[in-house]
Structures are given as C-alpha cells and as structure tokens.
Design a protein around this ligand. Structure first.
Ligand code: SAM
Ligand code: DTB
Ligand code: SF4
Length: 316
C-alpha cells in the first residue's frame, strides 16, 4: 500500500462524498491490509494540569474565559500521576496520555516533573505520550529522551473555520508545532472535532490538511463535540454517529497506516455505532473513569463490547 502525502482537495472531496457504505467497505479493506483489524489500542488520559487555561477554545471546559464549573487543579504531583497510571494499567490500558491545559510548554519545574513522570511510568511497562500545547524541537527532544513516544496536537478543524473557534492562536501556530515534532522525529498525533458548527467543506479541508503533511500522523483522533455548559458551543447539536463514521473511513483511506482514535463523544454513541466506527477503521480509544473533565463509558462495558466484537487490546 503506497502512502500518499499529495492528495488533492478534489480527490479528498470525491472520497468524502461517496455513499457511506461504499466508504466503509473500502476503508475496512484498507484497514485489514495495514493493521490487525481485531486489535485496538487502549489508552487512558491523565489530566496533570486541569483548567485555568489562558486560551479561548470555544469547545473547552478548561478555558478560564467560560464558567464551566470545572475546578482548576494545580499541577499534579509525580506520585499522583504514577498512581493514576497504575489504575489505568489495572483497567487494561497499555498507554497513558498526560494532558496539561497550557498554551505552550515552558522549561520549568513542571517540565522536569513531566520528565520524571515519564521515566516512572515507563518502568511500569506502559507507553506514555502527552498533549501540552505549543512546543519547539529542543523541548520535544528532551521529552523523547525521557521516554514519551508521541505528542498530541490537534488541528481541530479547517484553517478557514479556525478563527470562529479560537482567537488566542492561529492555524499556523498549530502547523508550526506539528513541523517541530516532525523535525524532532517525534511521532505526532493530530486530528479534530466535529460538531463545532463547521461545514462538510471544513471537514474535507481538515482531512486534506492532515493527509498532506510531510509525514502522516502516527495517530489521528476524531472527537465528537461534547457540549459543555457555559461554553459558547453549549447548545450545539450533537453529531450523528454516521458523521463520525464518514470522517474515520475517509481518514483510513487517506492515511492507511495511521492509528485512528475514536476519542471524545463515545458516551453519546451506542455500542452498534461504535462497532461501525471500528469497522470503518478506528483502532484506538480512551478508556477509564473519565476523559479530561467529561465522563467516559464504564470500563466493564467497554471490555464487554471489545469481547463481543472479538477485539483484542494491542500490547504495544
Ligand atoms: N491544551 C492542549 C491543546 O489544546 O493542545 C491539550 C489538551 S486539549 C483538551 C486536547 C483536545 O481535546 C482538543 O484539541 C480537542 O480536540 C479535544 N477536546 C477538548 N474539549 C472537547 C470537547 N468538549 N468535546 C470534544 N473534544 C474536545
Ligand atoms: C483528543 O483528541 N481528545 C482527547 C485527547 N486527544 C487529549 C481529549 C478529549 C477531551 C474531551 C473533553 C473533556 O473531557 O474535557
Ligand atoms: Fe486550553 Fe487546550 Fe482547552 Fe484550548 S483545548 S482551552 S488550549 S486546554
């Protein structure tokens, strides 16, 4: 299977507009050719710094601009992070993702703590990745040395629609960080959210931008907006699972080797809907008590579903 980074907008548009079941059929075949289709990567999020964020992302419970009821928490201690990782492993996760509600990464005591956390978590035979906001390649290299195996930085939506959602940074800032990650040879994880009020054309643009980076993402998460009371998007309509399936299937066709994650929104998706996402090429999820600030499906019901579908958890 040849990996293409030169998809044209017209090609992406044509794929996106195919009948849904044709898309799922093709994506499912490409998925099976490039991955073990009976395996799923299971990760748990650990919010090491929650809330009080200076950014104004209109979807986010953690921005200090909105009254969302999220209690800001100071940076978590190394011991608390290790304890969370232990619980995640007991629940079956093979990877933890450390998240901080930061605009950008500074080399301070918290950075040293993150390095310590990664070293401790690696000793537990867990993979560790992170999502910390903007970063440059020098700091990325230090995180890589400490054992972080991937860095998440979502494009979220199209370049055109981005200013409607976030005013405190621009699309180029996001792409610059992705390029720093590529330069530092750190596998990057980048995807988006649907349900922000974007059009099909914005979704096509997002898929086009992701699939035409110099290197395809190691992982691409798709989030269905979880409307957060108090944010500007609190009254947005919940997206249909078929819209998630379409994003996943197109991403699978454009980026055959990328891990595709069914991220936020699973609480609103039935087991049957989730199964269709896995059939369309999603092969990663977050499990655990919660995502960052919102609830996640019960771990036992996730395990039951994986069992029913014959999905085994990826061991690395
Ligand atoms: N602060 C870092 C950043 O913005 O890159 C990392 C954490 S941020 C919460 C990670 C991602 O979670 C966002 O890019 C967005 O795609 C997703 N997200 C946040 N709030 C969400 C919501 N209410 N519904 C769906 N996805 C959400
Ligand atoms: C991603 O794309 N989604 C995850 C992870 N990467 C960091 C976060 C989802 C957060 C959902 C909203 C919340 O729980 O606050
Ligand atoms: Fe801050 Fe990230 Fe939330 Fe934006 S998405 S407000 S940067 S935590």
């Amino acid at each position: 299977m040849c990996i293409r980074n030169n998809w044209t907008k017209t090609e992406v548009e044509e794929i996106y507009n195919r009948p849904l079941l044709d898309l799922v059929r093709e994506a499912s075949q490409i998925h099976a050719e490039n991955h073990n289709p009976n395996e799923i990567k299971v990760s748990t999020l650990i919010s090491v710094k929650t809330g009080a964020c200076v950014e104004d992302c209109a979807y986010c419970a953690q921005s200090s601009r909105y009254k969302t009821g999220v209690e800001p928490h100071r940076f978590m201690s190394v011991q608390d992070a290790v304890d969370c990782a232990k619980r995640a492993k007991e629940n079956g996760a093979t990877r933890v993702c450390l998240s901080a509600s930061w605009r950008k990464v500074n080399e301070d005591q918290y950075f040293n703590d993150l390095i310590e956390m990664a070293k401790e978590i690696r000793k537990m035979d867990l993979q560790v990745c992170c999502t910390l906001g903007m970063i440059d390649k020098e700091k990325v290299a230090k995180l890589k040395d400490a054992g972080f195996t991937a860095y998440n930085h979502n494009l979220d939506t199209s370049e055109n629609f981005y200013p409607e959602i976030i005013s405190t940074r621009n699309y180029k800032d996001r792409l610059d960080t992705i390029n720093e990650l590529i330069d530092a040879e750190m596998p990057f994880c980048s995807g988006g959210i649907i349900g922000l009020g974007e059009t099909d054309n914005d979704r096509i643009d997002l898929l086009h931008t992701l699939s035409t980076q110099k290197v395809h993402p190691y992982s691409t998460p798709f989030n269905a907006l979880v409307p957060i009371p108090g944010t500007p998007l609190e009254n947005n309509k919940v997206v249909s699972v078929f819209e998630m399936v379409r994003m996943i299937a197109v991403a699978r066709i454009l980026m055959p080797k990328t891990i595709i994650c069914l991220a936020a929104g699973r609480m609103m998706i039935s087991d049957e809907g989730q199964a269709m996402c896995y059939l369309a090429g999603a092969n990663s999820v977050f499990i655990g008590e919660k995502l960052l600030t919102t609830p996640s499906p019960d771990v036992n019901s996730d395990m039951t579903l994986f069992n029913t579908l014959g999905l085994k958890m990826m061991q690395n």
